[in-house]
Design a protein around this ligand. Structure first.
Ligand code: CO8
Length: 296
């Protein structure tokens, strides 16, 4: 009982701290500390057998989850909250059956000027997704277009429902991708395919996304969330400390040369020998028993 009270107090405190840093949504967020359901543009849930998987669901169904500023701000706050929560092993980000997200909110962006974009640091709330230290799985059903495709690519793993569609249609709006569509997509699918997608705006199917390595698995749409949660739970059976180091090492492959990346990986591998969980993992193997990780 004392433990439950401690967990609740720590969650409430971290949520309030996050809210204090985000004055524009502070009132709404403070309320969610008690009900966890007062977000305006998203829903959050904690699930899995061990209650160690956080699910963030984009919740603007009428606008096909178009990524307005308020929505991105809420995602950013939720990620910070779950990032600090020691009980959460992995996060699933998902949308509706019709749309993961149909892109940045075109109607909201329409009146923006160049100077407003620069001076208002437009897109700043988007960086939190790629900055999150815990694994994030994008569970994509329906449209993942423009900023929606970019949002999925900021996550660590993409699972796609069999009717999902990915695309970068910004070119048809007289603009270009602004949150990774010309960069992350190119690194994943190669120049020719990325050029084709960005210059035509054509969508690709879930099956093609899997073939190209953009999605790691395609599942029937109605099983998508369950499969993504299952994946998050599997990750959650490992040491969260080592998972974090491993995620950082894979991400380094995208941000540096092969030699630098190999050096980083080797040193990180060496560093695991200073952890209790490395010792426990190898001892458990030798003793033919399951490992009991302490995340230290
Ligand atoms: N922004 C705002 N509203 C949208 C968006 C959007 N991206 N997408 C759909 N909606 C709205 C529609 O306007 C419509 O609203 P209403 O009912 O009030 O008219 C509602 O959602 C339903 O949409 P449709 O009637 O069009 O539904 P359909 O099933 O006929 O079509 C499509 C679905 C094909 C997904 C279609 O809605 C569409 O083409 N949407 C726009 C896709 C697009 O161009 N996305 C790229 C946007 S630009 C971008 O993402 C830049 C990213 C840069 C980085 C991030 C910056 C913040």
């Amino acid at each position: 009982m004392a433990n439950i009270a401690k967990i609740f107090a720590s969650r409430t405190q971290s949520m309030l701290q996050a809210a204090a840093r985000q004055p524009q949504v502070a009132t709404r967020f403070s309320r969610s500390a008690s009900t966890a359901s007062n977000w305006e543009f998203i829903k959050t849930d904690i699930t899995g057998e061990k209650k160690n998987v956080a699910v963030i669901t984009l919740n603007r169904p009428k606008a096909l989850n178009a990524l307005c500023n308020g929505l991105m701000k809420e995602i950013s706050i939720a990620l910070k909250q779950f990032g600090k929560d020691k009980n959460i092993a992995a996060i699933v980000l998902t949308g509706s059956e019709k749309a993961f997200a149909a892109g940045a909110d075109i109607k909201e962006m329409l009146p923006n000027t160049y100077s407003q974009c620069i001076q208002g640091n437009f897109l700043n709330d988007w960086v939190e997704v790629a900055r999150t230290q815990k694994p994030i799985i994008a569970a994509v059903n329906g449209y993942a277009l423009g900023g929606g495709c970019e949002l999925a690519m900021m996550c660590d793993i993409i699972y796609a429902g069999d009717k999902a569609k990915f695309g970068q249609p910004e070119i048809a709006l007289g603009t270009i991708p602004g949150a990774g569509g010309t960069q992350r997509l190119t690194r994943v699918v190669g120049k020719s395919k990325a050029m084709e997608m960005c210059l035509t705006g054509n969508m690709i199917s879930a099956q093609e996304a899997e073939k190209l390595g953009l999605a790691s698995k395609v599942v029937p749409a109605d099983q998508l969330l369950a499969e993504a949660i299952k994946l998050a739970e599997k990750i959650g059976t490992h040491s969260s400390l080592i998972v974090q180091l491993c995620k950082e090492s894979v991400n380094t492959a995208y941000e540096t040369t092969l030699q630098e990346g190999l050096k980083f990986e080797r040193r990180t591998f060496h560093a695991t020998f200073s952890t209790a969980d490395r010792k426990e993992g190898m001892t458990a193997f030798a003793e033919k028993r399951p490992a009991n990780f302490t995340n230290e």
